[in-house]
Design a protein around this ligand. Structure first.
Ligand code: ADP
Ligand code: MG
Length: 723
């Protein structure tokens, strides 16, 4: 509920000034008073490039300085605010590393405390002079030797400089560029608030505001940057204050509104109606040595219904590793092929495209359906033939990477795009597909994702897509046994690996990308393969696979591994997705702590694809923290991709997990998709209700909503879709 005393309403720009206000907010950071060229550069590098960025840069914690403790009464170990007079300022160089530090003696009568800085020594040395009165806040630490108690890196207010308000207050603390003192960051945010805060528009429809009882952004931000003394520090620190709640709702409302517009634009746009396949799809089903799972049947039915509509399909097919998505995609492709159209499959890597193509071509050929591969590795004559076949319509299905859309490939009649997302393709790329729409109307798009995400999140991240879920694995699979092991026990794992190889099976050993640079990735994997060959895996046939190999080299290694010319494939994460070698039964993942749970789950899906039981060993360093170890153990307990995704989200947050930026959505600065599910639902309902009444936001009462929507989604939402 709203607190009893709200800050007074900020004056809001009248509608006519809305555009000017939004432009002012989008202005570069150097417009903020006090931001010079040097600070501007630091802030831009820190990701705060505009006035609005700075306004929405919320404190990550708050210090309670409402109670000032007398210097003589400080308790060691406590976080305290205290006040005193500078009695001395001294720079020193200490230790073998010749580290510079700054010491300031603060006095109050007979009591003293030593303030210590190891960073920005120069800056602080200039700031303090004997006789100044300081209000300091920090953790009280015990003295060294006979000296006074110490506070390292205290937050300091020079009392003569600052207004009385900051003397005893709830003080916000901001994340900041490394070289910038905390106080400077705070001053700049406050300068932005003073100069621009009042221009933040209140765009939510009044009826929505009344129902949801939310504060407008201007007042909410003022509350969060300069909390009143009666605010609850606990609520602020938990990001559960009324102002947080209001801003989160505001963000989610515009997020859902944009997504809904995208969806309805696709739903109303003209497209091709493809009746259900009566020839090709039944023939494929009849040729399969197994029956579709109930989940596959359901997904196929949902897709068929979409395809039969004279509007473009926008559907996400999500399902765990091995749930049989490819087959569902192929059945969709056959539906459009039967009507004389073409289908394109887009994979995230060349290797995957090649493998997808192998699977699809083998199933399609007996039906008289021609499927070709088109990646960067297909060159010369072969390439010309594929391109010609696509332009003339002789090629029915093409499998490739995103190069398919980037290089202006001509299609005779493209009807369906199947995008294997693997969370690397975002909405932006999907939009690129949509822009390629031919005369026949919008293209049908099926996005496939092997990272199952909880439904609430799917609604948000893919709010513009309908969702089909394969929540069932084909029968006859033995679950993979997973064990987390400390590095010290690696010999036991290698022993297990050798046993499996002795039984005629194969294994993977996976190393993470150790550093950003691909060079070091190469070195890590190459060095390791030699060490393994010389030591624990001596005598086994080892092969190496890494991201820097040429596509044809990778393909060659994979083919030979599949043909069992090697026992062990030592690789970087290039095997993460899609590789299918049923004889492989063991996967050893080194430095498992560096991966997300969902990614580890994907990796282990490389084994247990045949009849034999699969084993996954997650190796974690000996020094690793117990919590991280426990996190990995989630994988020992469950093989349910949805549960794992949920655990991952709780631990790492959705940003890390899928990257909302990458997905082409506006950044969420306040809302947390995992925590704020109820709010998300409310925002979605309100957004849909608003669109129900005004589907293209053309009514005058939608003017502000429309302007702010376009502003928030800047470039991510085709304005044409907005009406
Ligand atoms: P995904 O792409 O969802 O990870 P795939 O499409 O690669 O899964 O399917 C994994 C394996 O399961 C493939 O070898 C595929 O032929 C097989 N498969 C697919 N559907 C079924 C089914 N209904 N019954 C048995 N096996 C299936
Ligand atoms: Mg697959």
């Amino acid at each position: 509920p709203p607190p009893a005393s709200l800050p007074p309403p900020a004056s809001l720009p009248p509608p006519g000034e809305l555009a000017a206000a939004l432009a002012a907010l989008a202005a570069p950071i150097n417009r903020v008073p006090g931001v010079g060229p040097k600070r501007a550069q630091e802030l831009v590098r820190f990701g705060l490039g505009t006035v609005e960025n700075l306004l929405y840069h919320l404190p990550f914690r708050y210090e309670d300085r409402r109670i000032v403790t007398r210097l003589g009464e400080l308790v060691i170990g406590s976080d305290a605010t205290t006040e005193g007079e500078v009695a001395g300022v001294r720079q020193a160089v200490v230790g073998r590393t010749r580290r510079r530090l700054l010491e300031v003696v603060l006095r109050d009568g007979p009591s003293a405390v030593l303030l210590v800085w190891f960073n920005q020594v120069q800056y602080f040395a200039q700031r303090f002079v004997p006789g100044q009165r300081l209000l300091v806040h920090g953790r009280v630490e015990p003295p060294i030797g006979n000296g006074p108690n110490r506070i390292v890196h205290p937050d300091v207010v020079v009392l003569d400089d600052e207004d009385a308000a900051s003397r005893a207050a709830i003080v916000p603390v901001y994340e900041k560029p490394t070289g910038m003192p905390v106080g400077v960051m705070r001053r700049l945010v406050h300068a932005a608030l003073e100069a621009y805060g009042h221009r933040l528009p209140a765009a939510l429809p009044p009826a929505v505001v009344a129902r949801q009882r939310v504060l407008d952004p201007a007042r909410a931000l003022r509350y969060l940057h300069t909390p009143p003394n009666e605010a609850s520090v606990e609520a602020l620190n938990a990001q559960r204050s009324y102002a947080h709640h209001s801003l989160a709702f505001d963000e989610l409302f515009f997020l859902q509104l944009g997504l809904a517009l995208r969806r309805s634009a696709a739903g109303r746009a003209p497209g091709t109606a493809f009746p259900a396949s009566t020839r090709l799809a039944p023939a494929l089903r009849a040729a399969l040595p197994f029956r579709l799972t109930a989940a596959q049947d359901r997904a196929v039915a949902e897709i068929e219904a979409d395809l039969a509509e004279p509007h473009p399909m926008r559907r996400l097919l999500q399902g765990d590793v091995g749930s049989g998505k490819t087959l569902v995609g192929l059945l969709a492709a056959l539906t459009v092929v039967e009507q004389g159209h073409q289908a394109a499959f887009m994979a995230p890597t060349e290797l995957l495209a090649e493998q997808h193509h192998a699977t699809i071509a083998a199933l399609a050929a007996p039906l008289g359906v021609r499927a070709e591969l088109l990646t960067g590795a297909v060159r010369g004559r072969a390439r010309r033939e594929v391109l010609h076949g696509l332009a003339s319509g002789q090629v029915d299905i093409v499998v490739g990477t995103q190069a398919l859309i980037q290089e202006g490939v001509e299609f005779h009649r493209l009807g369906l795009a199947v995008v294997d997302e693997q969370h690397r393709f975002g909405v932006l790329q999907r939009a690129a597909w949509q822009r390629r729409e031919g005369e026949g109307g919008g293209l049908d798009v099926l996005v496939m994702s092997a990272t199952p995400i909880p439904r609430t999140l799917a609604l948000t991240l893919y709010g513009d897509l309908a969702v089909s879920t394969l929540d069932e694995l084909p029968p006859g699979r033995t679950p993979i046994a997973t064990e987390v092991r400390r590095a010290a026990r690696r010999d036991v794992v290698h022993q297990r690996l050798r046993e499996e190889v002795a039984r005629g099976h194969q294994a993977y050993v996976v190393y993470p990308l150790v550093e950003e640079s691909e060079k070091s990735e190469l070195r890590a994997a190459t060095t390791m393969v030699r060490e393994l060959a010389a030591g624990p895996l001596a005598g086994l046939r080892l092969a190496l696979l890494h991201g820097r190999m040429r596509a044809d080299e990778k393909d060659d290694v994979m083919r030979r591994f599949k043909a069992h010319e090697f026992d062990v494939l030592v690789s970087t994460t290039v095997i993460e997705v899609g590789i299918d070698v049923p004889n492989a039964t063991v996967i050893v993942i080194e430095h498992a702590e560096r991966f997300g749970l969902a990614q580890l789950h994907q990796l282990r899906g490389r084994v247990g694809r045949g009849r034999a039981r699969g084993w996954c060993y997650l190796i974690a360093p000996d020094w690793m923290h117990e919590d991280t170890f426990k996190r990995l153990r989630v994988l020992e307990r469950t093989t349910d991709g949805f549960r794992i995704a949920e655990a991952d989200l709780e631990l790492r947050g959705p940003g890390d997990f899928l990257g909302t930026r990458q997905a082409g959505l506006p950044p969420l600065r306040v809302a947390n998709l995992m925590r704020d599910t109820a709010l998300l639902r409310a925002a979605r309902d309100e957004a849909l209700a608003w669109l129900e009444a005004d589907p293209d936001l053309s009514r005058p009462e939608s003017a502000a909503v429309r302007a702010v929507l376009a502003h928030r989604w800047a470039g991510r939402l085709e304005l044409a879709e907005v009406g």
